[in-house]
Write a new protein. Structure first.
Length: 308
């Protein structure tokens, strides 16, 4: 009897193998669905990871800027206090926005260190910037090694994904800051920095950045308005250079998308986001969101712009 029952089970399994496979597939699908919390929405387009040109560095499409009205190692972000700053960054993280834009000029390194405490290092990306001038608050070494070593200590990290020379103001920056460029090359060769480049606040500086073989990443001012909204030149002048740089494999990160506050109505902000993303001018953007509500609003607008 035992043999008969066992044989019967085997025969039944053989006959229904296709059905059995179908059941397993259904179980796997059910498990996959059940792993998503009820009511959860799809990940935001703002939180999607993109690659910055040929650099290989991956970032989320939206970066949390930390330097609104920044200067002398202070900004609106640091002036809000550690607790509010931390809550802001944690809201970014909750939404999947894990690209953090900081700089020596902003004084936000140690704020980010606290806000990102406990977040696995591979889960977020940091871009910082060297202020390559001597001012009352800064003693520039002339290079980059001392600055990057300090940045890493301030943020408690072994490496930085992106380091830029900050605020290039003319077309002579490759001569004026040659030592800094050389030292950033050395740091990149050691893996301490993954990608290098410049942030531009001058059209001449931007044109040099777009053609320089040294530059991996450009932080460029771009929106649909132009100079009236803090761009380096008119839209018609800037766009061809950004397209040239992007085609050459440079990573392009847009800033001043909302014109440092001059593009301030919902309709204008939507128009700027549509212009920047739908024309393929950037890989990512940075916006200095100052509240959790602004984070939510910006993420929603990016999703709408990319869905249009």
């Amino acid at each position: 009897m035992n043999d008969s029952r066992n044989h019967g089970r085997c025969a039944s399994t053989s006959v229904n193998r296709r059905q059995f496979a179908s059941v397993l597939g259904s179980m796997a699908a059910a498990a996959s669905v059940s792993s998503t919390p009820a009511g959860a929405s799809a990940p935001s387009k703002a939180a999607e990871w993109v690659t910055l040109g040929k650099s290989g560095v991956r970032v989320t499409r939206l970066a949390q800027g930390t330097g609104f009205n920044g200067g002398a190692r202070s900004s609106e972000h640091t002036r809000m206090g550690m607790q509010t700053f931390t809550s802001l960054v944690r809201r970014d993280i909750d939404l999947g926005v894990t690209f953090m834009d900081t700089a020596d000029l902003y004084g936000s390194h140690q704020y980010l260190r606290r806000a990102l405490s406990g977040v696995p290092r591979e889960k977020y990306t940091v871009m910082s910037k060297i202020w390559p001038r001597s001012e009352f608050w800064n003693s520039y070494s002339g290079g980059a090694k001392a600055e990057v070593d300090r940045f890493r200590k301030e943020m408690n990290t072994d490496f930085l994904e992106i380091v830029l020379l900050h605020c290039m103001m003319d077309d002579r920056w490759t001569q004026d800051f040659a030592r800094g460029m050389d030292e950033l090359n050395e740091l990149k060769a050691r893996g301490v920095v993954k990608a290098v480049g410049v942030s531009c606040h001058d059209f001449g500086a931007l044109k040099i950045a777009c053609s320089s073989p040294w530059v991996d990443v450009i932080l460029a001012r771009i929106n649909h308005v132009g100079k009236a909204a803090h761009m380096d030149a008119s839209v018609e002048e800037v766009v061809p250079y950004l397209k040239q740089a992007k085609a050459a494999g440079k990573g392009i990160i847009g800033m001043k998308i909302f014109g440092a506050g001059r593009i301030n109505t919902p309709e204008q902000r939507d128009a700027s986001l549509r212009f920047v993303f739908q024309n393929g001018l950037v890989d990512a953007i940075t916006i200095g969101m100052l509240s959790e509500a602004e984070v939510d609003d910006t993420v929603s607008r990016i999703d709408k712009a990319l869905a249009a």
